[in-house]
Design a protein around this ligand. Structure first.
Ligand SMILES: N[C@@H](CCC(=O)N[C@@H](CS)C(=O)NCC(=O)O)C(=O)O
Length: 204
C-alpha cells in the first residue's frame, strides 16, 4: 500500500461526519477540503467531477476517488486499519461486517426517513422491510454487544452508528429502545466521535 495521500471533501452539518469520524479512529493523516453545502460548493463543476451526485462526502487518496459513505468506510478500513477496524477476508466476522455496512444506507436509512405504511404487503416490494423488522435485526446484532461484531469495534459501527446517532439526535426514531440509546452513548463517548462531531456541528 502506498503512503496515504488522503483528502476528505467535507461540509459542516453533513454526512461528512461519518468519514471524518473513521479517519479519526484510524489516525491516518488527511487533508480537509471544505466543500460547504450552505454555499453550494458541492454543486460546482470541480466537485461534480469527483461526485456527479453533488453529495458530500467524497474522498480521494492519490488517484483513487471514493464516494458514498459505506464505500469510503470500507476503503479506509481495508487500506489503513485491516484487522483492527475491518475483519480480514477469511475472518468469519467479515460476513456480518459487510452486511452492516450495506444495511446502514440501503436498509436502515430508508426505513427511518421514508414515511410509508408499515405493513408486510408494502414491505414485500421494498428493499428495506418494515421498521419493526429493521429494529429487531439490530437488537439481535447488538445483544449482548457492545458492538455490532461483539467485542470487536469496527468501521461498521462507525458507519451504521453515524446513521443511528443522527437519527436519534434529530428524533427521527420515536421512543427509541434502550439497546439503541445505550449503543449511541457508547459510540458518542469515543474521543474520535467527539472530534468529528465538533468539526461537523461545532458551529451550531
Ligand atoms: N448516499 C450518500 C448520501 C450523501 C448525502 O446525502 N449528503 C448530503 C449531506 S448530509 C448532501 O450532500 N446534501 C446536499 C445536496 O444533496 O444538495 C452517502 O452515503 O454518502
Amino acid at each position: 500500500m502506498a503512503e496515504p495521500d488522503i483528502t476528505l471533501y467535507f461540509s459542516p452539518f453533513s454526512r461528512g461526519f461519518t468519514a471524518r469520524w473513521l479517519l479519526e479512529e484510524i489516525g491516518v493523516p488527511y487533508r480537509v477540503e471544505t466543500t460547504d453545502i450552505r454555499r453550494g460548493d458541492h454543486k460546482r463543476e470541480a466537485y461534480l467531477r469527483l461526485n456527479p451526485m453533488g453529495k458530500i462526502p467524497a474522498l480521494t487518496d492519490g488517484p483513487v476517488v471514493v464516494t458514498e459513505c459505506p464505500a469510503i468506510c470500507l476503503y479506509l478500513a481495508d487500506c489503513y486499519a485491516p484487522g483492527r477496524l475491518a475483519p480480514a477476508i477469511e475472518d468469519p466476522r467479515r460476513g456480518p461486517y459487510l452486511r452492516w455496512m450495506v444495511f446502514s444506507t440501503a436498509v436502515l436509512e430508508p426505513s427511518i426517513y421514508l414515511d410509508e405504511p408499515q405493513d408486510e404487503a408494502v414491505a414485500r416490494g421494498r428493499g428495506w422491510g418494515t421498521r419493526a423488522a429493521v429494529m429487531a435485526s439490530l437488537e439481535q446484532a447488538l445483544t449482548p454487544g457492545p458492538w455490532l461484531l461483539g467485542e470487536m469495534f469496527s468501521a461498521a459501527d462507525v458507519m451504521l452508528g453515524a446513521v443511528l446517532s443522527v437519527a436519534l439526535f434529530t428524533k427521527r426514531i420515536p421512543e427509541p429502545a434502550s439497546f439503541l440509546t445505550d449503543y449511541d452513548a457508547r459510540l458518542s463517548a469515543r474521543p474520535a466521535y467527539k472530534r468529528a462531531a465538533e468539526a461537523t456541528w461545532g458551529e451550531a
